[in-house]
Every structure is written in C-alpha cells, then in structure tokens.
Write a protein that binds this ligand. Structure first.
Ligand SMILES: NC(=O)c1ccc[n+]([C@@H]2O[C@H](COP(=O)([O-])OP(=O)(O)OC[C@H]3O[C@@H](n4cnc5c(N)ncnc54)[C@H](OP(=O)(O)O)[C@@H]3O)[C@@H](O)[C@H]2O)c1
Length: 330
C-alpha cells in the first residue's frame, strides 16, 4: 500500500521540490492539495496530478485517502497545523522549523505522540549522500574524537521577501530560513546535542529579522562549532570542515541543496576524496519518511530533532538579543 499525501501550503518549496518528490517516490502518491486560493489549488493539482484540491485544510484532513500531510506554510503556522493533522490521525512531514518557539514545537510533537502518528522534519541536508558517509566515518572513529567544526551555508545576498519579512510568521530571519539546516546537520553528524551557545546577529540586539546569525556552540562531548548560515554574503563557499584527534573531514560546496562538490576524509595517513551531488536531497528525505511510515519506524529526521532545533534557536535568539552565553533547552 502506498502512502497517500496531502499538501498544505503550495508555494515555492512544495512546487519546485516536494510535490515532485512525492510523485517521484514509488511508495507515495499525491492525493490532495490545499491553498487559500481555489484557482491556485486547482492549477497545482492539475500540474502535479493530485486528485483533490481545496481551500480548507480541515476538510482535507477528513479525506480518508490522505495518510500523511506535508506542511509547507510559513513557519509559525506549523505547530497548529501539525496538531490538527495529528488529531485527524495523519502522519506529518513538517517543513522546518517545527515552530517559532520551543513551547509550540513541543506542543506539536506531543500531539503526534498522543495520536500515535509519525512526525518528521524536512531537514534535507542530512540526506545529502556525502553527509551520511561523514556521519558513518565519525561513528567508526576514522577521524578520532571530534574537536571542532566550522560550517557555512548561504544562498547568496538577495534579501528575503513576503512572509519572511514578518516576524509573526517567520519567527527569526536567516536563522530559520537557512542556518537551522546546518545546526541540524552538525547534530546529525556528531550524534550529539549542543549544551550552550553564544550568538551575534549583524542586526545587533534589536528586535529585527537578522540576515547573518553568527553562532558558536559547545556540544555535550566537548566539541566546539562555529556556524554561519546567512543570507548576506554574495559569494558563499558552503563548506564544512570537521577536525578530530586523528584526522579531518572537509566537504567543499556541499552544505546547500542542488550543488556539486567534493568531500575528503583524512584519517591518519589515509586520505579519500570523492565528488558528490546534493541534487536529490528533498527526494531522499521524502522517500525516507514514507518508508519509515510504512515500516512503523521513527523518521529521520524525527519530530524530536525538530524540537531540539527550535530549543537551539530559542537559545540563539536570547544570546544575540541579550549578549549572553545561553544554555540550550532550559
Ligand atoms: N527544507 C528546505 O530546504 C526549505 C526550503 C524552502 C522553504 N522551506 C520551508 O517551507 C515553508 C514554505 O516556504 P516557501 O519558500 O515554499 O514559502 P512560499 O513560497 O511563500 O509558500 C508558502 C505558502 O504557504 C501558504 N500560506 C498559508 N498561509 C499563509 C500566510 N499567512 N502567508 C503566506 N503564505 C501562506 C501560501 O499558499 P497559498 O497562498 O496558496 O495558500 C504560500 O504559497 C517554510 O516553513 C520554509 O521555512 C524549507
């Protein structure tokens, strides 16, 4: 039995990446789509081959053909929509972030647990092929104990528009748009959580949406990480470098989707280097979720990964606005 999908929020990511990921997955089928505008919903349904199109997500959640819901609306709308989907007995793949603040993300996760449905997050960076290998190399001890990492990711310097300029819908600026992917990536690679952060925004301490959040994190096993996910630098490198007690991993040009680059693993005297692409990251994330649902497994990334990410961004916001080192998740 394939997974029947409904999509709430049929903007850019749904149209360019996620609807094609559903229709391209052998284990999935697209059943229904929801927009605030009927004509837009119908046009999207025709384009991507969905059986139903509507303007009410509550009605879509009553459709028995829909097993799982993909949420691609503005950030702070996610928690209520996750809760509604869970109460209707639907599994949920929610785009990042799970919410604007951790209390809302926790509420969404709790609703899914109570309803016994799966919750996954569209942190597709961990599904770049190179990073699955990097995680395995770290787990096998090829670079020894991790000491530090530096990571940057940026789509360039175009200013965000639309709802991303409205703090009530966006929550944070480049932190939520871009940087959350690399924070999640480091958690995934290290299989560890940050315990404290210090952050500065280029916008200073004002209540203003940032375009350059600069973040330092300490992880529970001691590694220090510098992360720069921004929407301000016009010629980004999109690199990741991890240093360990026996070696190094460097992935060049691979921290954003739709890229080609090289990753090298230096382990003692050995060195391996290969080319990788991140073009299929959204498709891999969707397929991993639908297989987890079919097999009754916890999705990767999970709802808990979504909550951890929002706990971290709460700490980052507080650090940047108050000029403090802030513990994560307290
Ligand atoms: N994983 C990734 O790499 C990635 C990449 C891009 C975006 N995202 C996430 O995906 C979500 C959507 O981003 P997007 O780039 O697709 O945005 P977008 O192009 O603006 O699409 C969002 C859609 O949500 C619907 N919507 C419902 N209520 C809305 C409201 N009050 N204001 C504005 N739109 C509303 C709109 O569809 P209707 O007007 O048809 O109702 C709109 O087209 C965000 O949470 C974002 O963080 C993730």
């Amino acid at each position: 039995m394939t997974i029947g999908w409904g999509i709430i929020g049929i903007g850019r990511i749904a149209d360019s990446a996620m609807a094609p990921a559903i229709t391209g997955d052998a284990n999935s089928r697209l059943e229904a789509v929801v927009s605030r505008d009927e004509g837009r919903a119908e046009a999207f349904a025709v384009k991507h081959g969905a059986a139903a199109a509507g303007t009410s997500y509550e009605e879509m959640l009553a459709n028995p053909q829909v097993d799982a819901v993909l949420i691609c609306t503005p950030n702070t709308l996610h928690p209520d929509q996750v809760v509604a989907a869970a109460r209707a007995g639907k599994h949920v793949l929610c785009d990042k972030p799970l919410g604007g603040i951790a209390a809302d993300a926790a509420r969404a996760l709790q609703a899914c647990k109570q309803a016994g449905v799966k919750l996954g997050i569209n942190f597709q960076t961990r599904h770049h092929g190179c990073f699955q290998e990097a995680r395995q190399a770290i787990a096998e001890g090829r670079i020894g104990d991790v000491i530090s990492a530096q990571v940057d990711a940026s789509p360039g310097s175009d200013p965000p528009g639309g709802w991303r300029t409205d703090a009530a819908l966006a929550g944070l600026g480049a932190t939520n748009n871009i940087a959350v992917h690399i924070y999640d990536l480091i958690r995934f690679l290290f299989d560890d959580d940050p315990t404290e952060v210090v952050a500065m925004f280029e916008s200073g301490r004002a209540e203003q949406l940032e375009r350059l959040p600069m973040v330092l994190m300490r992880f529970s096993r001691g590694a220090l990480v510098y992360a720069n996910g921004n929407q301000l630098t016009p010629k980004p490198l999109n690199d990741l470098v991890i240093h360990g007690t026996r070696g190094r991993i460097d992935a060049r040009g691979l921290t954003r989707p739709g890229q080609e680059g090289r990753m090298r693993i230096v382990s003692g005297e050995d060195e391996t280097e290969r080319e990788y692409s991140s073009h299929d990251a959204y498709a891999r994330t969707l397929a991993a979720f639908s297989h987890a649902v079919s097999e009754g497994r916890e999705p990767n990334p999970s709802g808990l990964d979504g909550l951890r990410s929002v706990q971290l961004t709460d700490a980052i916001r507080r650090s940047a606005r108050e000029g403090l080192v802030v513990p994560v998740g307290e």
